[in-house]
Ligand binder design. Structure first.
Ligand SMILES: Nc1ncnc2c1ncn2[C@@H]1O[C@H](COP(=O)(O)OP(=O)(O)OP(=O)(O)O)[C@@H](O)[C@H]1O
Ligand SMILES: [Mg+2]
Length: 237
């Protein structure tokens, strides 16, 4: 089944810029300490598929958080769809964020919502009718193997099941960009390839993908460009 075709509708009116994400001399440190991202400049081209590689602690999640506009850089510029974001007010960020699907490393499912509510949330926020949301949620939950967990709370799911729910939530809204942080870290190898196939299908229909992983075997199996971090710096491949 071509899930990509199933969940795509008209697609949003993507801007004409070929760079959907552009970072210029970005540095970032958390409140508590030193910089964990240093002087990073990069461009993500619309329709591309990129791996984000690097050892544990290299800064992959931090960089994705900056791209997802969850964390502001301490220095430098972050453009999303051609819009400079560092000078936008907090109220202006959600409209951009809505076009970005994120699978966080720690899933970030909402505890007091059921799995179907979690997965359907991006559509609810977008104001889609209830019945359409229910249909899409059912289809996606079946596809990720969580058909029996509609009403379950996240706390009763295993790590891999939560990860699958987080992936379903990230793609249900047909985002222009998908930022996936170790999205297959808790999946067995059969599921890992199934999801890789899903990400490739989404990419083929136009979703730009940044896929963070420290799985060098997975990276070497595909011919996608690799952004590699070492101690918070981008290093040449
Ligand atoms: N919320 C935080 N507050 C303070 N420091 C943080 C926070 N999150 C990450 N760090 C620090 O930032 C650095 C980069 O961490 P990050 O999580 O981005 O690495 P990573 O490449 O994603 O690692 P992993 O492969 O283990 O997920 C580390 O030194 C980490 O201790
Ligand atoms: Mg990480």
């Amino acid at each position: 089944m071509h899930l990509g075709e199933k969940i795509i509708r008209t697609g949003s009116a993507a801007s004409l810029a070929t760079e959907v994400i552009q970072l210029t001399k970005v540095s970032m440190g958390y409140l508590s300490g030193q910089e964990v991202l240093r002087d990073i400049s990069l461009s993500i081209t619309r329709g591309g598929f990129y791996f984000l590689a690097g050892a544990s602690g290299a800064g992959k999640s931090s960089l994705l958080n900056v791209m997802a506009l969850s964390v502001r850089p301490t220095r430098g510029n972050v453009q999303l769809f051609g819009t400079e974001t560092t000078t936008l007010s907090r109220h202006q960020l959600p409209a951009l964020r809505r076009r970005v699907g994120t699978v966080f490393q720690d899933y970030r499912l909402i505890d007091h919502l059921s799995i179907e509510e979690n997965v359907g949330l991006p559509l609810k926020i977008a104001g889609e009718p209830k019945r359409e949301i229910a249909e899409k949620v059912s289809e996606l939950l079946a596809w990720v193997g969580l058909g029996a967990y509609h009403k379950a709370r996240p706390e009763i799911l295993s790590g891999g099941q939560k990860q699958r729910a987080a992936i379903a939530r990230a793609v249900i809204n047909n985002p222009d960009i998908l930022l996936a942080d170790e999205p297959s870290g808790n999946l067995d190898s059969a599921l890992r390839y199934k999801f890789m196939y899903l990400f490739e299908e989404l990419n083929k229909i136009g979703t730009t993908i940044v896929f963070a992983t420290h799985d060098e075997t997975l990276i070497s199996m595909f011919n996608y460009p690799v952004l590699r971090l070492k101690d918070g710096r981008l290093v040449k491949e």
